[in-house]
Write a protein that binds this ligand. Structure first.
Ligand SMILES: [Zn+2]
Ligand SMILES: [Zn+2]
Length: 102
């Protein structure tokens, strides 16, 4: 396991019996044990769209991978907006729509 401190790039991969949130970065074995899964909300992750840090919330955790429909790949507000509408959002407009953006 890498000792380098980083923000995990979470993805949720289904396995035979259940699905587990784990870090997709090379050299990182981090995963969220099933019994601790309720703690994952609010944690930092790397956005699968823009590779910027974002927070896991109920919306980002429900983003489905385009290439692997069985996998959840969290997206930030901006990338979710882009995915939905096909346009890159104007951050000011987005802030007005969704409230504050970090
Ligand atoms: Zn990691
Ligand atoms: Zn993003």
């Amino acid at each position: 396991m890498s000792k380098t401190k980083h923000i995990h790039k979470y993805q949720k991969i289904p396995s035979r019996y259940s699905s587990v949130w784990s870090c997709a970065l090379p050299d990182c074995n981090h995963h969220m044990p099933k019994h601790m899964e309720h703690m994952i909300e609010g944690k930092s992750t790397i956005c699968w769209g823009c590779n910027e840090p974002t927070t896991l919330d109920s919306d980002s955790m429900n983003c489905i991978s385009e290439l692997r429909p069985e996998v959840n790949e969290p997206l930030c507000d901006k990338c979710r907006f882009k995915k939905k509408t096909g346009v890159t959002p104007d951050l000011d407009k987005l802030a007005a729509m969704f409230g504050e953006i970090e």
